[in-house]
Design a protein around this ligand. Structure first.
Ligand SMILES: [Zn+2]
Length: 163
């Protein structure tokens, strides 16, 4: 006996992080709920990543939402802006996750807007002397602490160069 509504639990385990929405949304309000839920999962992964970066020795980051693209992790002293991108929401070219078949036009528009916004943010950050770095969901799921160590090492290197 399985429940009639699949995948509606809010108590997502780490295995369920950032899973794309089901392919058969029934209404736009359902889409909105799925979006909010997926965003919460992105947030959970971001928080784990932030803690791992801190534990790897890179202190002094901020969450500076006013920068272009609203980076998830910012090191102002070395002008490093880190984005944690969900593979579905930002159309990861490694994972190439399928778009939902239902409401295809809605999803295509939405994801295209995301990708365009990402590109614009990258250009604007670089133009103003920031270094944008994208960390992908699939990298974090595979080796969160390895990615965190790499980012921390980059921060230390850049601080050395600035010091
Ligand atoms: Zn990916």
């Amino acid at each position: 006996m399985s429940p009639s509504l699949p995948n509606t639990s809010l108590t997502a385990t780490s295995v369920e992080y950032l899973r794309p929405p089901p392919s058969r949304p029934t209404a736009s309000s359902h889409n909105a709920r799925q979006t909010m839920r997926a965003n919460r999962r992105v947030s959970a992964l971001e928080i784990r990543f932030r803690k791992a970066v801190w534990a790897a020795g890179a202190r002094g980051y901020r969450v500076r939402r006013r920068l272009p693209g609203r980076p998830d992790l910012v090191f102002p002293a070395v002008r490093l802006a880190i984005f944690v991108h969900g593979c579905f929401w930002h159309r990861c070219e490694v994972c190439r996750l399928p778009e939902p078949k239902a409401n295809a036009e809605f999803w295509r528009d939405k994801l295209t807007q995301n990708v365009n916004r990402d590109a614009a943010a990258t250009l604007e950050l670089e133009r103003t002397g920031w270094k944008p770095v994208v960390v992908w969901e699939h990298e974090l799921r595979k080796d969160l602490h390895g990615v965190a160590a790499r980012v921390a090492a980059q921060v230390v290197r850049m601080r050395g160069a600035h010091g």
